[in-house]
Each structure stands twice: as C-alpha cells, then as structure tokens.
Design a protein around this ligand. Sequence first.
Ligand SMILES: Nc1ncnc2c1ncn2[C@@H]1O[C@H](COP(=O)(O)OP(=O)(O)OP(=O)(O)O)[C@@H](O)[C@H]1O
Length: 314
Amino acid sequence: MTAPAIRARNLRKNYGDVQALDGLDLTVERGEFFGLLGPNGAGKTTFINTLVGLVHKDGGDAEVFGFDVEADYREARDRIGLAPQEFNVDRFFPIIEVLEHKAGYHGIGSKEARRRAEDALKTVGIWDKRDTRFDWLSGGMKRRFVLARALVSNPDLLILDEPTAGVDVQLRHDLWDIINRMNDAGTTILLTTHYIEEAERLCDRVAIMDSGSKVEVAAPDDLMARGTDTIDLGLADPPRTAPRLDVDGVTDVTVTDDGLSVTAAGGSQTAPELVRVLERQGHHVTSLDIRRASLEEVFVDLTRDDREYAEVSA
Ligand SMILES: Nc1ncnc2c1ncn2[C@@H]1O[C@H](COP(=O)(O)OP(=O)(O)OP(=O)(O)O)[C@@H](O)[C@H]1O
C-alpha cells in the first residue's frame, strides 16, 4: 500500500504549560491540495515545524511519504519544500546562489543545482533579480523568493505557511497560479492561511485546528453545507408576527419589511418546502433569496467555544 503524503498520529508537543500539539491526528493524501486553518496559536506552525525537523515532538508519530520525520529525517526532509511564515534567508549572497546552496543541501550536484535555481526564479517571476541580495528585494519579491527556495529541490510535498500574508491582490493571484500549477503537476500541497477565501478557492480538503488538535476535516463545500443559510422571502402582504413554520432544518424566523427572514441548515433543500408551507398558510411569496453560509462563518462557529472559554478563563 502506498503511504500518504502526511500521516500524523496522536502528535504532541508542549512548551512548558502550553500544549501546542495535543494529540493531533491528520492524514493528507498524495496529490491533495490540503488547507490547515485555525485561529492564532492553534498549533499549525508547530505541526509544520515538526514535519521538517525544526521541532522535536514529545509524543506520537509523524510520517512523510512513509518516512518517520525523526528516525528517517533525511528521506522525509528531502521530499519537502517549505515556504515558512518568517523569512530565514541568507542575506549576504545573490539570491540565485542562495538557491544553489539550498539545492546542494538536498544532495543535488552543482550543474543541476544551477539549472534548478534558474528554473525556480523564472517560475516565480524574479529572474531579473537573480544577482540581487535578499535584503534588497521588495516585500512581494521576498515572498516570491521564499516560494522559489521551496521549489528548488522539486519537492513531492510543498508546505506553505501563510504564503500570501500581507501581499497585494495581484501577487496573491500570481502565487495561487504558481501553486495550482505545482499541484496539477502532482505535488502535494499543505497550506496554512488566515484567508478563508483562499482555502475555499484552492483546497480539496481543509482541516480546522484549534488548541493543538483537529476539530474537523472535510471538503470546503461539505463544511459550508453544515452551516446555517439565510433565506429571505418577499411576501405580498408581510405578517406582523412570525408565523410558525414546521419545516425540517429551520432554526429561526423573523419578520422583515418585505416578508420573512428564515435561517435554516441546508437552505437550498429547505426553501421549496418553506414556500409550499407559506402558500398553504395563505401567503403569497413574491421573491426568494438564499444566502449560503460561508466557510468563514462555519470556521468561526467551530472554533468559537474554545476562544470564549479562553477569554473567560484568562
Ligand atoms: N518556541 C516556542 N516557545 C514557547 N511557546 C511556543 C513556541 N512556539 C509556539 N509556541 C506556542 O505554541 C502555541 C502554538 O503556536 P503555533 O505558532 O504553532 O500556532 P499557529 O496556529 O501557527 O498560530 P498563528 O496562526 O498565529 O501563526 C502557541 O500558544 C504559541 O505561543
């Protein structure tokens, strides 16, 4: 059987009293575009750092393509390209040389390293800056460079820790294109982001983490289907008080200027039955608008309880 790209079982990491990873179980299949979402401090970066050997776990197991991240460190690490959240780049060499060194670190010979470095700079669109030092790049170019450095070893797994934090819209779209192309070519992607729209747009599946463990994992669409939709119904003669609507999934009914606003799980399935029930009660429905729960709302719902608890107990 082929091992998945990432398999973490009961992964634990403590920093003093802080349980950064608290029994995390997570599997990312080969070829997936996988998103890791979670509020600040959820443990996303700690998890990534465990995979690349920057953090030593206190318990549990983590494997990358079947290689244990500690016992088989070299095999696991050579398969990963990491674009970290914080820039940790050698600032004194021309960036093309930094890439050549990086390829060399992964055991790639000097001629091939040069070729890979050139390819990576062209892929991310900063070829004309190849002889510049990292410090002299603009903020956006630095982001591009960090991605180039992750690509230079032709990784099977590309890990991107908030790759688009603070970048402008154009660059964000450029980075999405590059990453999508990598994924289309078969590279597994693990992406952490605070831009929920980014996860919704790019990822096959997302895991929502909170307090060091996984709260949920599903396709973005499936997660959104679990949220509560809002159905706005225009009525020819709006009632003064909310009618009783015995329809599965309805959680709330309020009167609006034009008619009713109904919240329901699975709005598109509920709406036809709602219209039937209202017409049966003698109302005439003149308009219908369904607003779907966003992934952001579902995310906030899934991670809210812990935060409220944290605030109360702080
Ligand atoms: N080196 C460290 N020493 C002490 N505590 C740490 C260290 N690194 C992380 N932590 C703590 O571990 C917890 C998880 O942090 P981590 O950086 O993994 O979260 P995150 O989900 O990546 O957050 P963000 O979205 O803000 O980047 C936090 O409470 C953090 O303060």
